[in-house]
Write a protein that binds this ligand. Structure first.
Ligand code: MN
Length: 230
């Protein structure tokens, strides 16, 4: 039996909707600029620049409807409502035609971003790690196992802050569909059970302040509510 020199970190996990079981989280991957309207609002041309990947640490999760603690070192915390894909199987160089076989379930996510640090990183050609991968940056609701109704490839995704709608899109408007994301990502790195993929956000990203209440809804997954606390 392995003797660890310090107490080993716990496995990050999410609740499974309608079950006492937990979904163990290995890695968190994210797709950038996967909706044309959001790419444009960030000053990019989606016809010329395809989506791309970045990541967050597994222990950056804010689980379910826990409070979001306003992070340090930013004056511009922003929300990004996203569909999260949870993988039950892994693979490399997966074909898009069979990629959905890897999907165990789906969840509602919020890809929190320190937008001021991201803008600085872009300007200086530096990594996004501190803009995207800070503690509590990966808000994620319960994982809903793939149902008999099948996979989520269309339907409303929306986000409101204090009751005012800020983001309103449709999953069908993703530039890379979920199977295409899995195929593309698995050509870069081997995917494994427990991986989460944040699939990008529609237009309307905006600022959050302490005291705000954020509601995200995705057709088929219900809603997720979180409060920002200082
Ligand atoms: Mn995002």
């Amino acid at each position: 039996m392995t003797e660890f020199a310090v107490i080993p970190p716990a496995t990050a996990s999410l609740p499974v909707a309608g079950s006492h079981m937990r979904f163990p989280v290995r890695r968190i991957f994210c797709v950038g600029r996967n909706y044309a309207d959001h790419a444009r609002e960030m000053g990019h041309d989606p016809d010329r620049e395809p989506p791309f990947f970045f990541d967050k640490p597994a222990d950056a999760l804010v689980i379910g409807e826990a409070d979001i603690v306003y992070p340090p070192r930013t004056r511009r915390l922003e929300h990004e409502a996203e569909l999260v894909v949870a993988l039950g199987e892994g693979g490399s160089n997966v074909n898009a035609g069979s990629a959905l076989e890897l999907v165990w379930g789906y969840a509602i996510g919020n890809d929190l971003t320190r937008r001021d640090l991201q803008a600085e990183a872009k300007k200086l050609g530096r990594p996004w790690t501190m803009a995207k991968g800070f503690d509590g940056s990966a808000v994620c609701g319960p994982v809903h196992p793939v149902s008999a109704d099948g996979h989520l490839d269309k339907g409303s995704i929306s986000l409101s802050v204090n009751g005012t709608v800020r983001q309103q899109g449709d999953l069908a408007l993703m530039i890379w569909s979920v199977p295409e994301i899995i195929a593309e990502l698995s050509a870069y790195v081997r995917l494994e059970p427990g991986d989460l993929i944040y699939t990008g956000t529609p237009a309307g990203v905006g600022v959050l302040e302490p005291g705000d209440v954020v509601d995200i809804a995705i057709d088929g997954l219900g809603a997720l509510t979180n409060r920002i606390v200082s």
